[in-house]
Design a protein around this ligand. Structure first.
Ligand code: PLP
Length: 363
């Protein structure tokens, strides 16, 4: 029997993709903001209901470049959570800022806004909350705290493609949000990412940062790097966007089957979506008292689950000497119990039932 992976890249029909890239053979224009790049950018601005989408080669570079474009002072402190993917914290550190870790909420693993203000110092410049698993942070409280203290807000919305909150795109909040279009995400461009923002002024800064600071052929105005999205990735995005609502619909059915099998089972806590959230069903995280045993049982049955996120960032080898992970007890506890189960639109109901049998200890 084929192994069940924790996720599976969404791909269009091969013919649809080859049709999409045919023009690239005619023009020989395969990167540097070509027609596919521009088309995808416009389509995403419409789909995500944001004023500006700047496309990049991946979500991580979107994060690094967003921090720089927002002109957050070098050496300042940025408040985030340790319960995230390495990219969030690495971006802060690699750009010369100091991460300050805030604990998370038990109910949805996003930043605990009741603890935010105690972490603000005269060095704090920004808050970088994570819409983890596509759950939505308390954007209203974060906005109020940021306003009170004059802080920038950049959302790591890598997991939140298409998510809505109170009927509004989740990307409408904060000074900027970044998304990942990595192959493992609900919507992919193979590798890719974007910064979403309402401030048109950021577009030029992001453009220069992703394209060597080049303004025109004879004018190089800033010290930018290279983080452009190429035409093949953009073409994949155009194809996948045609089918995104169908993919999210299929994931919803998988989610509902999981919930009907595992809801109410002793020792298993499911991720709940609040009434104000329109989810994208990007992950299926569960909290388990016997997480490591279940992980092993699944692996032995040919099923790959993922301890996502374990360890928390403050426990990484590269950070553990600089941080005290006991200061974020909820994040620490969740990281020791969390398991994300296989989730993708084409996961069959029979496979979901088999996974649930193993997770609940019945099989
Ligand atoms: C929370 C979070 N932030 C940032 C990233 C970075 O995105 P990418 O892999 O596209 O560079 C990821 C990627 O998986 C992520 O999960």
């Amino acid at each position: 029997m084929e192994r069940i992976k924790v996720t599976r890249a969404v791909l269009p029909d091969l013919a649809e993709y080859t049709d999409e890239i045919r023009e690239l053979w005619d023009s020989h224009w395969i990167t540097n903001m070509g027609i596919k790049h521009d088309e995808l950018q416009k389509l995403l601005e419409e789909y995500l209901e944001v004023k500006h989408v700047s496309l990049l080669c991946n979500g991580h570079m979107a994060l690094e470049n967003a921090l720089e474009a927002l002109e957050i002072p070098s050496g300042s402190e940025i408040i985030t959570t340790p319960f995230t993917f390495a990219s969030t914290v690495h971006a802060i550190v690699r750009k010369g800022y100091k991460p300050v870790f805030c604990d998370i909420r038990t109910e949805d693993y996003t930043i605990d806004t009741t603890k935010l203000e105690t972490l603000i110092s005269d060095k704090t410049s920004a808050i970088l909350p994570v819409h983890v698993y596509g759950n939505v942070c308390d954007v209203d409280a974060i906005g109020e705290v940021a306003k009170r203290h004059g802080l920038k807000v950049i959302y790591d919305a890598a997991h939140a493609f298409g998510v809505r909150y109170k009927g509004r795109s989740v990307f409408a909040y904060g000074d900027a949000s970044i998304i990942s279009f990595h192959a493992t995400k609900v919507f992919n461009t193979i590798e890719g990412g974007a910064v979403c923002h309402a401030d048109g002024g950021l577009t030029d800064k992001l453009y220069e940062l992703m394209n060597f600071g080049i303004r025109s052929e004879e004018s190089i105005t800033s010290v930018g790097g290279n983080a452009k999205m190429n035409e093949f990735c953009a073409a994949m995005g155009i194809c996948n966007l045609r089918h995104i609502d169908e993919e999210i619909g299929k994931r919803k059915a998988v989610y509902e089957r999981y919930v009907s099998n595992l809801g109410g089972v002793d020792g298993i806590t499911l991720n709940k979506y609040g009434p104000d959230i329109t989810p994208n069903y990007s992950y299926f995280p569960v909290l388990l008292d016997n997480r490591d045993q279940v992980f092993e049982r699944l692996a032995q049955s040919g099923i790959d689950a993922r301890k996502y996120f374990y360890p928390i960032a403050s426990e990484y080898e590269c950070y553990k000497d600089s941080f005290d992970s006991s200061k974020t007890p909820v994040a620490l506890d969740v990281s020791r119990k969390i398991l994300t189960l296989p989730m993708y639109g084409d996961l069959s109901p029979e496979d979901v039932d088999r996974i649930c049998g193993i997770v609940s200890g019945e099989a």
